[in-house]
Design a binder for this molecule. Structure first.
Ligand code: ADP
Length: 720
C-alpha cells in the first residue's frame, strides 16, 4: 500500500504539504527530508504518515531522507501546538526548532596518529614522540609538548611517513551528570520543598509546581535537587532550565557544573553556530541531559524531556516580541504537558497568572520561608522626593547620598538601580521646543554619551548628536532631559570621586562573557558603586552589596498598561532583594514621588501578598488576565489611506463570538515605526473562550495587500 507523508517546511506557508512516500523509504514522524517545492528542493520535517495515494492529482514524491537527526514526535506536536496557540504559520516555530540543526559542525581537528610505517631513522627525540603517539591520536602541538621536543621533530616524522594526519570530529563536553556528588545540606524549609518536588516527580506524568521563595532563599539549590531526582529516576531523562537573560546563564552553568560534575548544554543567541549544532545534535540523540538556555531552548528536539525549570518565571523577557511571538513560560507548561513531564516555575515574585494557578490548586505551591542561613531581607525605606528632592539637574536625593557615603566608609557596595540605558532619555530644543525623534519613528531619541550618538531604542536607528537643532537650526539649543545610567554614573563620580564605579547595562555588557566578568569583578569587591539597569538587578548574588538605591521607582508605572503595577513591584522587589547576604544586613532606599501608591507601600512593608490580593481583585473586576484573556492585533502599513481602508475591513471581518469584546481600531501608542503607521485592536475574552482559535479564524479572513502587515499577539505584554 502506498503511503502519503505530510511535510512541514520551515517557511512562511499555511500548512504542511502532502507528498508520496517512495517505495521502501519507511519514513516516520519527525524525520528530516528533502521535498520538491516548485522548481527546487526544500528541507522539511515529516509531521504525519498515512496510508493512501493522491486523489485526481498525483502527489510529488519525497526526494529523500536528509542526513540529519530526527525530531522526536513530541517535539513535532509541540511545534504545531505552538503555531496554533500563536495563530501563526507553523513554519515559523519549525524554523526556530531547526536553528541548530542546520548550523555548521565545528571544524574537525587534525590529529597525528601512528601510521604503522617505521621512520627512516630514529633519534631519542623521535623515539619520545612515537612513544607519546602510542597513547592515542593528538594534535602535533600536543605531541611535541608531551614529548618535550620542538614542533619540527613532529613535522619531520609526518614528512617521513611514520605519523599520519587524520581529521577527527571535535568532541563535545556533555559528560554524563554525576548524581552522587555531595550537595550542601538543605535547611528545613528547603528540604520540605525538595521533598514536595520529589513526590511530584515520583507521581509522574504532567505536573506543575510553583517554587516560591524570597530572593536568596535557596530556590536554586532546591530545584537542583529536583533535577537530580528527575535524572536519577530515568537513565535517559533530560532536563531543561530556562532563564530570562543570557546574563544569568553563566552563573547557573557554573552551579550546574559544580553540582553534577559535567557542564550542561548552553543554548541562547550568544552561542556560536558550531557549538549550537553540537548541543542540538546531542539533545536530539539524548546524550546531552541538562540544557541551560534562553526561551528558544524550548524548541530543542528533546528525546525524553522529564522536567522543565523556568527560573525567574515572572520575568517579561520570557515573552518573545518579534517574529514568532510567544510567552516561553506558558509554552513551557504546554511542552511539559505534551511530554508528560513536570514543570517547576521558580520566583520570588511570581506572576499573577502563576499565583492564581497555585491558589486554585492547578499547580503545587511550595514556599520557602526565609533567606538561607543568617541572611535577612533588607530594610526598605521610601524616600519621598517631594520632601527630599535632589538638587536641580541631579537625581540622587540627600538621604540616598548619605547612605552611599556610609556604605562606602564601611567598605561595602552600593547598587544604584535605574532602568534606563544611555545618558538622557530625551533631547529637547530650547529654542523651538521640539523633542528629537528618529526620522521615521515616533519614539524619542536617547542620548548616549559613551558613543556620542542619539539612539532610537525601538528600532536601533542612531545618528551623531547634532550641533544645531535639526528643526529650527538654532545653535547650542539642545538640552538633555532626565537621567539614564550614564548620567547617573557621572553624578556618582562627582559625589564620590574616590569610589570605583561601573555601569551594568546592555550597552556595557554585551555578551555572556562580559556578564560573567562584570559579576566576578563585583563579587570580588572591586567595584564600590554599580550603576545598573534591570540587566544586573535580577538573579545575581553579591555578598558585599548592602545598599540598593532605586533612583526612579515610578518609571514603570507611567505607561499605565495592564501589567505596569505588577511589573514595577516585581522589578523593584528583585532589585532591592540584591541587598544583604549572609552575615551582612542590607537596606534599600526607594526614591518615589508617589509613596502612597499601593506598589510602594507593598514594597516598604515587604507584603507581597497584600499587593497581589489588591491587584488580583482589580483584574477580576475588569475580567483581565488571569481572569480573562487578551490578544492584540497590530496592523501597519506605509500608506495611511490604504491602512485606514484595510483596518475598516478588518474590523468588519472580526468573527462574532460569545464572551469576546473588541476594542479599536485606534492609533497604536507608537503610531509610526520605521515609516509604517500602526493601528491596534485589543481583544478581551472570557477565560473559557479558545482565544487562539478565535484569532486564527479572524486572521484567516484577512487578506493583507501591498505593504500592509498584520501581527497577532496572544497574551500581549507590551502595548506599544
Ligand atoms: P535563590 O535562587 O532563592 O535566589 P540561591 O539558591 O541562589 O537562592 O541561594 C542563595 C545563596 O545561598 C547562594 O549563595 C547559595 O549557594 C546559598 N545557599 C542556599 N541554600 C544553601 C544550603 N542549603 N547550604 C549552603 N548554602 C546555601
Amino acid at each position: 500500500m502506498a503511503r502519503i507523508v505530510s511535510v512541514l517546511l520551515p517557511l512562511p506557508l499555511p500548512e504542511a504539504f502532502d507528498y508520496e512516500e517512495p517505495e521502501g523509504l519507511g519514513l516516520s514522524v519527525g524525520e528530516q527530508v528533502a521535498v520538491p517545492l516548485g522548481a527546487r528542493l526544500a528541507p522539511g520535517v515529516v509531521t504525519a504518515v498515512r496510508e493512501g495515494a493522491g486523489g485526481n492529482r498525483p502527489l510529488k514524491p519525497v526526494s529523500g531522507r536528509l542526513e540529519a537527526l530526527p525530531l522526536s514526535p513530541a517535539t513535532v506536536d509541540f511545534i504545531q501546538w505552538a503555531a496554533r496557540y500563536a495563530a501563526e504559520l507553523p513554519g515559523l516555530p519549525l524554523a526556530i526548532a531547526l536553528r541548530g540543526a542546520r548550523a555548521p559542525l565545528p571544524r574537525p581537528e587534525r590529529l597525528a596518529v601512528l601510521s604503522g610505517h617505521p621512520p627512516s631513522r630514529l633519534t631519542p627525540a623521535r623515539t619520545r614522540v612515537l612513544g607519546a603517539a602510542r597513547e592515542g591520536p593528538s594534535t602535533p602541538a600536543d605531541l611535541a609538548r608531551r614529548a618535550g621536543v620542538s614542533a619540527a621533530v613532529v613535522r619531520g616524522l609526518i614528512d617521513d611517513g611514520a605519523l599520519e594526519m587524520r581529521l577527527a570530529p571535535r568532541p563535545d563536553s556533555f559528560g554524563a551528570p554525576d548524581l552522587d556528588l555531595p550537595a550542601p545540606p538543605l535547611n528545613d524549609s528547603q528540604a520540605a520543598a525538595a521533598a514536595g518536588l520529589r513526590a511530584m516527580l515520583e507521581e509522574g506524568g504532567f505536573q506543575a509546581a510553583l517554587l516560591d521563595g524570597v530572593t536568596g532563599s535557596g530556590k536554586t539549590e532546591v530545584y537542583l535537587e529536583a533535577i537530580r531526582a528527575a535524572l536519577g529516576a530515568d537513565p535517559d531523562g533530560q532536563v531543561l532550565i530556562l532563564l530570562p537573560e543570557i546574563a544569568l546563564t553563566q552563573a547557573l552553568i557554573s552551579r550546574v557544573t559544580d553540582r553534577f560534575g559535567a557542564p550542561p548544554g548552553e543554548w541562547h543567541s550568544g552561542v556560536a553556530p558550531p557549538a549550537r549544532r553540537q548541543v542540538w545534535d546531542a539533545v536530539a540523540e539524548g546524550r546531552c541531559r541538562i540544557v541551560v538556555g534562553a526561551r528558544s531552548a524550548l524548541f530543542l528536539p528533546f528525546r525524553r524531556l522529564r522536567l522543565i525549570v523556568v527560573d525567574e518565571e515572572h520575568d517579561t523577557s520570557f515573552k518573545q516580541e518579534e517574529g514568532f511571538i510567544y510567552q516561553a513560560r506558558d509554552l513551557a507548561v504546554v511542552r511539559a504537558k505534551l511530554e508528560g513531564a513536570a514543570v517547576i516555575l521558580a520566583s520570588a515574585t511570581p506572576s499573577l497568572e502563576t499565583l492564581r494557578n497555585a491558589e486554585t490548586g492547578r499547580y503545587r505551591w511550595l514556599r520557602l520561608a526565609d533567606r538561607h542561613g543568617e541572611a535577612r531581607l533588607p530594610d526598605i525605606r521610601l524616600v519621598d522626593l517631594r520632601e527630599s528632592p535632589p538638587e536641580t539637574g541631579r537625581w540622587i536625593s540627600p538621604p540616598l547620598a548619605e547612605a552611599m557615603a556610609e556604605t562606602l566608609a564601611a567598605g561595602e557596595q552600593t547598587l544604584l538601580f535605574l532602568n534606563r540605558r544611555g545618558y538622557a532619555p530625551l533631547v529637547l530644543c530650547r529654542a523651538c521646543g521640539q523633542k528629537l525623534t528618529a526620522p521615521d519613528t515616533d519614539s524619542w531619541l536617547v542620548e548616549h554619551r559613551y558613543t556620542n550618538r542619539l539612539v532610537c531604542h525601538l528600532t536601533g536607528f542612531s545618528m551623531p548628536r547634532p550641533a544645531t537643532c535639526p528643526h529650527c537650526g538654532a545653535a547650542e539649543s539642545l538640552v538633555s532631559i532626565g537621567p539614564g545610567v550614564e548620567r547617573l554614573e557621572e553624578e556618582a563620580r562627582a559625589l564620590f570621586p574616590e569610589a570605583r564605579i561601573a555601569v551594568f547595562s546592555s550597552d556595557t555588557v554585551r555578551s555572556a562573557a562580559d556578564a560573567r566578568s562584570m559579576v566576578e569583578t563585583m563579587a570580588a569587591g572591586e567595584i564600590d558603586i554599580l550603576v545598573a539597569t534591570q540587566a544586573a538587578a535580577k538573579g545575581h548574588n553579591f555578598p558585599n552589596l548592602t545598599l540598593v538605591g532605586v533612583i526612579d521607582a515610578d518609571l514603570g508605572l507611567r505607561g499605565g498598561d495592564l501589567r505596569a503595577a505588577e511589573r514595577t513591584f516585581q522589578l523593584l522587589a528583585q532589585a532591592t532583594g540584591r541587598a544583604g547576604r549572609r552575615d551582612r544586613p542590607g537596606r534599600a532606599l526607594i526614591q518615589t514621588w508617589a509613596p502612597d501608591h499601593p506598589v510602594m507601600q507593598a514594597l516598604r512593608a515587604q507584603d507581597r501578598d497584600a499587593f497581589v490580593r489588591t491587584e488580583l481583585d482589580e483584574r477580576e473586576l475588569a475580567g483581565l488576565p488571569p481572569f480573562g484573556r487578551l490578544a492584540a492585533v497590530v496592523v501597519s502599513g506605509r500608506d495611511p489611506a490604504t491602512l485606514e481602508a484595510f483596518v475598516r475591513e478588518a474590523a468588519a471581518a472580526a468573527p462574532n463570538a460569545e464572551g469576546v469584546e473588541i476594542y479599536g481600531p485606534a492609533d497604536a501608542p507608537m503610531a509610526l515605526v520605521r515609516g509604517r503607521r500602526r493601528k491596534r485592536f485589543l481583544v478581551r475574552a472570557d477565560r473559557q473562550v479558545d482565544l487562539s482559535a478565535y484569532m486564527g479564524a479572524w486572521r484567516a479572513r484577512l487578506k493583507p495587500r501591498g505593504s500592509i502587515r498584520v501581527t497577532i499577539d496572544i497574551d500581549p505584554y507590551s502595548f506599544f
